[in-house]
Design a protein around this ligand. Sequence first.
Ligand SMILES: [Zn+2]
Length: 265
Amino acid sequence: MNKSVDLVPLSVHDETANLPYKVPDSNLPYAQERFVQEYVLSGNVKKAYLAAFGEGASAKPERAGRDLLRNPSVMARLHVHQHAVSTMTVKSTDALIRELEEMVDADPNEFITIKIGACRYCHGVGGGYLWRDIAEYEAAVNTAIKLQKPIPELAGGVGYRFDAGPNPQCAQCEGEGARHVFVRDTDDVSPGARRLFKGVECNPDGSIKKVLLADQFAARQELHRIRGMHIERSLSVNASVTLPNAKEIATSPDKAMDFLESLKR
Ligand SMILES: [Zn+2]
C-alpha cells in the first residue's frame, strides 16, 4: 500500500455523481476510489495512478498502479465499476435501438394532413369564382389594376368556405374539390415521428418555410449496423421530406403545385 494514500473514507455519493454510470458507495479511501474510476474510464494504469495520487507520489507510477490493482479491496471495487459500465453499455444500446426503430417505423406523413374541401367554383353563383369576402375581392381588383390586368368578376358571389365540401356538379373540379395541406402540431404525432422532427426553417415573417425531418434511410442503416445485420436488399427509401408553409399552400394553388412537384424529386 502506498503511504501517501489519504485515509479518509470517501463519501462516494458526490465523487461518483459525475460518472457516466451508477455505482454503490465505496469504502475505499478517496485516492483509491479515484484511481479505480480513472482506471475504468481510461484503461491506463499510469494515468489513473497519477490522476488519483498526483505527480511525485511514486517514482514509478505505473508499477505502483499495478501493485494497487492487486489489492483485493481495489480489485473488488474495480469489478463493481466494470459491471456498472457493462450494464450501462447494454442499456444505452437497447435505448438507441429502440429510438432508431421508432424513427424507422414512423410515418413522415404524420406531420401533414391533406384535407379535401370545396374549390372556388364549387358553390359559386352560376358556376363562377366564389370570393371569400368583399375584402378579398377588393384586394384582387387592386392587384389587377396595379398589374394592368382585367378586373376580376364578382358574379360568382362571396362566402367561400373550404369546409363547405366539394360540389359533385362543379364544372371546374368535377366534384374532386381542392386539396389543402396542413402541418400538424408536433405534440400530436407519435414518439417516433417526434424523433424524426429536427426543427423548422422560418421565413423572415416567422411563418414556417420548411419542416426539417431526420433521414429515415440513415436511421435504418444505423439500426442494421448496430444489430450487426446485413442490409436488406430492398430498402423502402423514406428520405426526409420538406414541407412548405401550410397556410401558404392553402391560399395559393401555385404553391400547392410546387409542393407536389417537390415530392416527386
Ligand atoms: Zn369545384
